[in-house]
Design a protein around this ligand. Structure first.
Ligand SMILES: Cc1ncc(COP(=O)(O)O)c(C=O)c1O
Length: 381
């Protein structure tokens, strides 16, 4: 059924035996830096590659403060520690990766699922505003859920698949309803909205350097922060809450060991330095797909607002309404052509362990899940 569309997709890709959605590629400089790091024996939580990695992220994002972590998940876990979400509701898109929601549960918070837009996996901020108007009330300057009577303290904004959310609008909602924002920019390194890097306007934002991201340290993450006291607090607890002393080994509170290792920074450094080229290549691949699929019978490619400059981490296409029912068949045909395309994230509220949590109407989320296809998107394609 989809032969013609698959032929077009293949024409955008170089000859290769198989195509995954996203694969890392390391250059000789990465190997060289990693070898040097091993030779120096500074492979753990201190070392020059960590410093250089932090500097490069600063150059790209212009974030005020940066902490490097051992994963995006731990970066989320730590960021939520700034807000103390225990027994309060955290608004979170259902269209996200499981880690976003798990980080709320690790902190004894209550996820409250919010819908995405009907044309993109990103949150629908207008729908959120209406929902808050009708389903919450304010008491002594704090926001509460009318149904559960629980306090709502926080909203997690996810820049899904690297697509930047309009943070000016998100901030206006956060101000009107007195809720804090944490940004999950796990896949959005190199994505800008109105020329500002995502994650730099909120109290805290996170990035992931997992193996499937545009820059990878193997596993790793970063927290972007705005103020020094938040930076100091997280830096302390993520380093086992150890008290500084030349020989005593003492800790002043429960602590976590969630720092990035120097050897991981060494692996990722040269990719970071090369980010402009990586972003150009990803944009080129996106434009190729866009051009070839523009009059396709079955699907169209997702487009972005004029103000946003996404990193095209993963290129998603959407089946036209009449063909959504054939989504699984499309995957089968793609896979039998060695194109290992994937579904987008299964909506979180459908996972058995998350079904009991509060939610808004999530009809767009279901539609986006059932109609989207993530195509091979690696920068070397
Ligand atoms: C939206 C989102 N949040 C969080 C994470 C977790 O990052 P990590 O895999 O580095 O723990 C991911 C990873 O893909 C993600 O896509």
């Amino acid at each position: 059924m989809f032969e013609n569309t698959i032929k077009k997709i293949k024409s955008c890709l170089p000859k290769k035996r198989e195509y995954q959605v996203h694969e890392p590629k390391f250059d000789l400089k990465s190997l060289h830096d990693t070898k040097k790091c091993i030779q120096s024996s500074m492979v753990s939580s201190n070392g020059k590659y960590l410093d250089m990695f932090g500097c490069e992220i600063n150059k790209i994002t212009e974030a005020k403060k940066i902490l490097l972590t051992n994963s995006g998940t731990s970066a989320l876990f730590l960021s939520l520690k700034l807000i103390d979400v225990k027994d309060t509701e955290v608004l979170v898109p259902s269209m996200t990766f499981a880690a976003t929601v798990n980080s709320i549960l690790y902190n004894d918070g209550i996820p409250h699922f919010i819908d995405c837009s009907d044309s993109s996996p990103n949150i629908d901020l207008n729908k959120l505003e209406d929902y808050l108007k009708n389903n919450t009330y304010t008491k002594i300057n704090r926001l509460f859920n009318k149904k559960t009577k629980k306090m709502i303290k926080c909203l997690i904004i996810v820049h899904a698949y690297g697509e930047p959310v309009n943070m000016a609008k998100a901030k206006q909602i956060s101000k009107n309803y007195n809720i804090e924002i944490i940004e999950d920019a796990a896949g959005a390194l190199g994505s800008f909205y109105k020329n500002k890097h995502v994650g730099t306007t909120s109290r805290a934002a996170i990035i992931s350097f997992n193996g499937n991201k545009i820059v990878t340290t193997g596993m790793g993450g970063a927290i972007l922060l705005k103020n020094t006291s938040d930076y100091k607090k997280i830096k302390h607890i993520m380093s086992t809450s150890r008290i500084k002393h030349p020989w005593k080994v003492e800790h002043d509170s429960i602590g976590y060991n969630m720092r990035m290792a120097n050897i991981n920074a060494a692996l990722g450094l040269s990719q970071l330095k090369n980010i402009k080229v990586i972003l150009q290549k990803k944009r080129r691949l996106f434009l190729k797909y866009k051009n070839i699929l523009k009059d396709d019978e079955y699907c169209h490619i997702n487009t972005f607002s004029k103000e946003s400059n996404p990193n095209h981490w993963v290129v998603n296409i959407t089946l036209k309404d009449n063909f959504i029912q054939h989504q699984q068949r499309f995957f089968q045909e793609l896979h039998s052509n060695n194109i290992y395309a994937r579904e987008v994230w299964k909506p979180q509220h459908l996972s058995r362990y998350l079904q009991k949590y509060p939610r808004s109407n999530l009809q767009n989320t279901i539609k986006i899940w059932k109609s989207s296809i993530s195509l091979p998107s690696s920068d070397y394609l």
